[in-house]
Design a binder for this molecule. Structure first.
Ligand SMILES: *[C@@H]1O[C@H](CO)[C@@H](O)[C@H](O)[C@H]1NC(C)=O
Ligand SMILES: *[C@@H]1O[C@H](CO)[C@@H](O)[C@H](O)[C@H]1NC(C)=O
Ligand SMILES: *[C@@H]1O[C@H](CO)[C@@H](O)[C@H](O)[C@H]1NC(C)=O
Ligand SMILES: *[C@@H]1O[C@H](CO)[C@@H](O)[C@H](O)[C@H]1NC(C)=O
Ligand SMILES: *[C@@H]1O[C@H](CO)[C@@H](O)[C@H](O)[C@H]1NC(C)=O
Ligand SMILES: *[C@@H]1O[C@H](CO)[C@@H](O)[C@H](O)[C@H]1NC(C)=O
Ligand SMILES: *[C@@H]1O[C@H](CO)[C@@H](O)[C@H](O)[C@H]1NC(C)=O
Ligand SMILES: *[C@@H]1O[C@H](CO)[C@@H](O)[C@H](O)[C@H]1NC(C)=O
Length: 435
């Protein structure tokens, strides 16, 4: 059995303190309390990725052969943007001289090709001065008195300037040359090789921005995420063409709730609520929803991570292909790729939590686990929606989401709670009933 820590419960909103005070989760196959009867048969639709991403994956694979594994970052290549159109670039790439049985391109030729045909990976976003940044905000961390700690906190605060970006004009004018997805407002990026907006990182970014009194920047982040829901039907893992087929832990409602608590901005709530309802439907859709019947014959609806994807993740394509090389069958490979992408969707990435055999990465089986934390996030989403609907005076939505939340709380306690251990445990669908 694996035991591991989840995020500090103090991050969770006060309103649900009791429910969220779990500090330990463990993974086990639960067969005692509930008899399993999942009802789900739909496999997610898989739509081909964009031609640009497909091409950049070829460049990535060639680069691995040319430059070797040392310090190789596959993501760098799918972040490159084109200087010329795709057909011209692809033609030049296909004409590169190749040698040896694997058709390796020489280091010199590939370097010249990349310098000639691509802009730098970081060029899609340009530095931006956040409108609401001041070096020392009024009322900043009032409880922090120690001068050394205060000056360190102000240094951290100053990093917002460093991490703020806006989408370059090049991306806006020629989005077909970039894997970066244009967003309407300024952004805050995690930094380093994470050059773009990420979904659940944005939650902690917003908590920090609120401490820094940067309410406009915080709202801009929410506006961007709402834009993604409007465009794709859910918040993408990140704002890149290769992240369009999976989401991340759903914390948009928590962001809106936190900002509303500080600003009482009803307009923001009005803008956000329809997107939150759409996102709720996404996490309770056929592919994410699993119905479990308990020993008393009661049905419970719970959610799981399930990427709409069954190929190598483009940003780690060379790595995923290598991992999947242990499988011979195509459908086994596809299932493995889906489980890898779903582990990325979980935000945990490659924890032993998702593996049937903790020493064997290829036993990753994210989609056959109903995770405690995901369902708690969705419960919080439901309570947040009820709260925000109340702010707008929408009684019917408030009431229906109170009911939905009650049902999920009941499901969490019926399916996940292990009285003997005093813990909520992930629920593993047995391999005979994976869907
Ligand atoms: C999968 O991603 C592609 C772009 O890479 C997008 O066009 C498509 O809509 C996505 N599929 C689904 C089902 O969302
Ligand atoms: C790409 O660019 C080349 C050279 O500039 C041009 O001849 C060709 O028509 C362009 N192709 C497309 C699909 O735009
Ligand atoms: C070609 O690729 C195969 C499989 O990746 C590898 O085993 C082999 O060593 C490579 N050959 C050369 C000459 O690099
Ligand atoms: C951001 O921080 C990095 C590392 O400290 C530094 O090299 C860079 O110049 C900074 N950029 C800006 C715009 O502040
Ligand atoms: C589970 O979902 C189904 C279909 O959406 C719904 O009819 C049913 O009432 C839900 N069950 C519970 C216990 O909420
Ligand atoms: C788990 O995986 C390891 C490494 O591949 C293997 O040696 C071991 O036999 C596996 N255990 C079981 C129970 O399959
Ligand atoms: C409450 O919200 C629901 C769902 O968005 C909407 O259909 C309904 O019109 C709203 N009712 C009122 C009174 O605003
Ligand atoms: C379940 O797993 C066992 C052991 O790995 C395997 O023999 C069996 O075929 C699997 N059943 C299904 C339906 O996949």
């Amino acid at each position: 059995m694996n035991t591991f820590l989840v995020a500090d419960p103090s991050d969770m909103a006060q309103q649900n303190r009791n429910l969220f005070s779990l500090s330990l989760l463990s993974l086990a196959t639960m067969t005692l309390a509930t008899s399993l009867s999942p009802k789900c048969s739909v496999r997610g639709p898989v739509v081909a990725t964009t031609p640009l991403v497909t091409f950049l994956e070829r460049v990535q694979e060639t680069a691995l052969g040319t430059f070797g594994e040392e310090d190789f970052d596959p993501k760098l290549y799918v972040d490159l943007s084109l200087k010329f159109n795709l057909s011209k670039t692809e033609k030049a790439f296909d004409e590169l001289p190749r040698s040896g049985e694997n058709g390796t391109v020489s280091v010199k030729d590939l370097k010249v090709f990349i310098a000639t045909f691509f802009d730098d990976a970081g060029d899609d976003l340009v530095y931006y001065d956040p409108v609401d940044f001041v070096p020392e905000p009024e009322g900043f961390l009032p409880k922090v008195k120690n001068p050394e700690v205060r000056s360190w906190a102000l240094e951290v605060h100053a990093l917002w300037k460093n991490l703020s970006r806006k989408v370059s004009d090049g991306v806006l004018e020629h989005s077909e040359l970039h894997t970066l997805l244009p967003l309407p407002e300024a952004v805050v990026v995690p930094g380093s090789r994470f050059r773009e907006v990420y979904y659940w990182d944005s939650y902690w970014v917003i908590r920090g921005l609120l401490a820094s009194k940067m309410y406009e920047t915080a709202k801009a982040i929410v506006t961007n995420l709402i834009f993604l829901v409007d465009t794709y039907g859910y918040v993408l893992n990140g704002a890149r063409a290769y992240y369009t087929n999976r989401s991340q832990p759903p914390l948009l409602s928590a962001m809106v709730y936190e900002i509303y608590k500080r600003t009482c901005d009803v307009e923001l709530v009005r803008k956000a609520l329809p997107a939150l309802l759409k996102e709720h439907a996404f996490w309770n859709s056929e592919i994410h929803k699993v119905t479990i019947q308990d020993a008393q014959g009661f049905n419970h609806n719970l959610s799981r991570y399930y990427a709409i994807w069954n190929k190598p993740r483009p940003e780690s394509s060379t790595i995923d292909k290598e991992s999947a090389s242990k499988f011979f069958g195509n459908s086994e490979k596809q299932q493995f790729y889906r489980d890898v992408a779903s582990a990325a969707e979980s935000g945990w990435d490659f924890s032993t939590r998702w593996m049937r055999n903790t020493s064997e990465f290829t036993t990753l089986s994210t989609t056959s686990i109903l995770p405690v934390d995901l369902n708690v996030y969705i419960l919080k989403m439901e309570l947040d929606i009820a709260f925000l609907a109340k702010v707008l005076g929408n009684k019917s939505t408030m009431e229906s989401f109170m009911e939905v939340a009650e049902a999920r709380k009941n499901a969490i306690n019926s399916v996940f709670w292990d009285a003997e251990k005093g813990q909520w445990l992930d629920y593993r669908l047995t391999n005979g009933t994976i869907c």
